[in-house]
Design a protein around this ligand. Structure first.
Ligand code: HEM
Ligand code: HEM
Length: 296
């Protein structure tokens, strides 16, 4: 277990107690006439502009699944970096390939090497996603265009928390809370992981290091905690609010209650497990040796 992350463990029981209390408060709130009127005024959907695409294109399905695959291994390698344990091997780039530098390359732990390889793949997937989002108009499903998204998101939040939520048709558009959370994850959390990660690299000369390292590292870890919390709530809600239909949206591009989406999702989980098992030091060091020198 990562030394840096142990202090965060108390968040788990504290979070569970807070959740039960919050459900009770939300259920009580819904008995108040003012809150009932608010939920009627703002049922939780904010209008999307005419012409917003409907449904889930195949590229979005692939990119979403790849994103989950890369993030799983990124979190694992980040965890290993933070553990403070001696890594099983070190990697030094050979300074004779495409990239040549005046200064000799620094030695990296195998965990940092793999973290950076995965980051490059994750960022490439993300950049392509951004390009396709904007090229197809699909971004309109993720970026709120009217201010009523805020009271509507609050309304959805109260409805989810009270464990009594109405049906929304996310095939056509997401509810206001989904819109805000997905938009935040894609346009704020992910770029923040990249920017803080770039600052933590050892390539910067001391005179360029005007952004202090400690808060940057803290923010990088905070983004990871956010991703983990988001994914937990996201997956719980996907399964609690009509698992078959939701999974069909994102894993099969269809809007019905067949079992196909669940089957494709199950295959993606198997791929994640295989990736996890294969990412052993014995295999990683062999891969790393292709582009550098590996020493124990
Ligand atoms: C592996 C487990 C996961 C499952 C089963 C899952 C499932 C889904 C489903 C079904 C939707 C569509 C929701 C709907 O139709 O209402 C969706 C959308 C989305 N998910 Fe996930 N998800 C998973 C992991 C993740 C992770 C790890 C992230 C990022 C940290 C993520 C980020 C998103 C985003 C940003 C969207 C909206 C994408 C768009 O429309 O452009 N998901 N997910
Ligand atoms: C997007 C590109 C990213 C880059 C360029 C990047 C880069 C880095 C670098 C340079 C380090 C420091 C290695 C060292 O201490 O020598 C690091 C550590 C770490 N990264 Fe990333 N990272 C990225 C994304 C992510 C993501 C998405 C997550 C989690 C969701 C993550 C989680 C972590 C964790 C937990 C650590 C260990 C921090 C510690 O305890 O000191 N990284 N990353």
């Amino acid at each position: 277990m990562s030394r840096r992350l142990i202090p965060l463990l108390w968040l788990v029981p504290a979070g569970l107690v807070a959740l039960v209390a919050a459900v009770l408060v939300a259920q009580w709130l819904r008995t108040l006439p003012e809150v009932q009127a608010f939920l009627l005024d703002y049922p939780g959907e904010t209008e999307v502009p005419p012409g917003t695409p409907v449904g889930f294109p195949w590229w979005l399905q692939w990119q979403h699944a790849l994103n989950a695959f890369f993030l799983l291994l990124i979190v694992r390698t980040g965890w290993a970096i933070g553990s403070g344990k001696r890594p099983p091997a070190f990697w030094t780039r050979r300074n004779d390939g495409l990239i040549r530098t005046k200064n000799p390359p620094r030695r990296l732990s195998i965990h940092v090497w793999f973290h950076l390889v995965l980051d490059a793949l994750w960022v490439a997937n993300g950049l392509l996603y951004f390009v396709l989002l904007f090229a197809t108009g699909q971004w309109l499903r993720l970026v709120p265009v009217t201010w009523d998204v805020i009271p509507n998101a609050l309304s959805v939040f109260i409805q989810y928390l009270s464990l009594d939520w109405p049906e929304h048709d996310s095939w056509v558009f997401y509810n206001a809370l989904q819109l805000l959370m997905y938009g935040f994850t894609v346009f704020i959390a992910a770029p923040l992981a990249l920017l803080t990660g770039i600052r933590m690299s050892t390539i910067w000369k001391p005179e360029w290091r005007f952004i202090p390292e400690k808060p940057t590292r803290w923010l990088h870890i905070a983004v990871m905690v956010y991703f983990l919390a988001f994914t937990f709530v996201h997956v719980v809600l996907i399964f609690a609010t009509g698992a078959l239909r939701n999974l069909n949206h994102m894993y099969a591009g269809r809007d019905d209650e067949s079992w196909i989406g669940l089957a494709v999702f199950a295959v993606s989980v198997v791929v994640m497990i295989v990736g996890w098992v294969l990412a052993r030091p014995a295999i990683l060091t062999r891969l790393a040796a292709l582009g550098g020198t590996v020493r124990k």
